[in-house]
Design a protein around this ligand. Structure first.
Ligand code: SAH
Length: 281
């Protein structure tokens, strides 16, 4: 067992003080009691666990069936395509096959859920393409055979990538700056009961220092540069994968390795992500 920083224990202590709200979600009493949730979040992101009980299976058999997307076969076809595009990490391919992407998009878009395309999720944001999600998570894992340690995701969106990450990492902290999407992700993830996913509402530009250090940081929104806070919150030996704006307003995938000798950065292929923005809304 790898030694783990004391943070989860302290977080659990905080969560022990949580109470269920009428909709069955869990809210932090500290935040619920404050006058302005938004103001509280500015100072300190809200931690919302997606499940209280441990449940091993990442599927939801009690959900409505019958639109043809419930079949494992449709996901397996997607996984084969991802493998054909060069994704080889068995844990990543397994996770992509297990998480039902159609449950994260609007019903009108369900038929496109297993195509390699980004789709709108509201508030001008998108769920990333499966090809990009699997590529970035494979890069993040950097050849690990088992699960990687604690991971921070910037840009929860609808929660899809957080769900995939939950199957390949020990703990997932995912932060979103738009309240509407943070709530949507909480709703989407509730049925999956993923006890190792922690949703945060706040500005991910500052990372989430309380969870640091992270074995991996993955961003789903692209800025001009990688915020120093992200690098600071990465463990030595950890890896960050993020879209960054390059010349001419285009974006490319950046892989940043934090080594004992310093930071090593590698720019990879062009990508198209929504912009990384400051503040919360
Ligand atoms: N991983 C998501 C992709 C969502 S798109 C999914 O699987 O659906 C990227 C998200 O990043 C958007 O929801 C956007 O609101 C969010 N975002 C942009 N800047 C951010 C910031 N500074 N902090 C947190 N989230 C941010």
């Amino acid at each position: 067992m790898k030694p783990r920083p004391s943070f989860p224990a302290r977080l659990d202590a905080t969560l022990a003080k949580t109470r269920p709200n009428p909709h069955g979600a869990v809210v932090s009493t500290a935040v619920a009691a404050s006058k302005s949730v938004a103001q509280a979040a500015l100072a300190k992101p809200t931690v919302v666990p997606t499940a209280r009980a441990k449940a091993p299976l990442p599927h939801a058999p009690h959900m409505p069936q019958g639109h043809g997307m419930d079949s494992q076969a449709v996901r397996q076809r997607m996984v084969q395509k991802l493998a054909g595009q060069g994704v080889t990490d068995p844990l990543v391919l397994g996770a992509m096959g297990a998480i039902e992407r159609h449950r994260f998009v609007d019903s009108a878009l369900v038929n496109q859920a297993y195509e390699d395309t980004s789709l709108p999720i509201g508030l001008g944001q998108t769920i990333s393409k499966p090809g990009v999600v699997s590529r970035m998570i494979e890069l993040l894992r950097n050849g690990a055979t088992g699960r990687v340690g604690r991971v921070l995701e910037i840009g929860t969106g609808c929660g899809y990538q957080a769900a995939v990450l939950s199957l390949v990492a020990d703990e997932v902290y995912s932060i979103e700056r738009l309240r509407g999407l943070h709530d949507k992700a909480r709703e989407n993830l509730r049925h999956l009961r993923l006890p190792n996913v922690h949703l945060l509402f706040g500005d991910g530009m500052a990372g989430y220092a309380k969870g640091a250090p992270y074995a991996g940081i993955i961003a789903a929104a692209g800025g001009e540069a990688v915020p120093q806070a992200w690098v600071d919150q990465l463990v030595v030996g950890g890896r960050l994968v993020a879209p960054v704006v390059t010349g001419g307003g285009t974006q490319a995938l950046l892989v940043l390795d934090k080594t004992p000798q310093g930071v090593r950065q590698t720019l990879l292929e062009a990508v198209h992500f929504v912009p990384l923005k400051s503040g919360i809304a």
